[in-house]
Design a protein around this ligand. Sequence first.
Ligand code: SF4
Length: 61
Amino acid sequence: MALKVSWDSKVCIHSANCVKTLPRVFRIENGKFVIEPSAAPDDEVRATVAACPSGALKIEE
Ligand code: SF4
């Protein structure tokens, strides 16, 4: 089963690390931030979440 990733807009500092690192999963569509964890292998999603500098992204187990 694909991972679930949560995003806290109040915590995000908009460094855009996630959208640059893994644009298949983390992208802006029609001005909204979209997360599609199934678009990449779990380990890549986990690594990108772990690299978020603000802690806005979390894996929901
Ligand atoms: S990496 Fe984290 S802080 Fe940066 S834009 Fe993505 S969610 Fe926001």
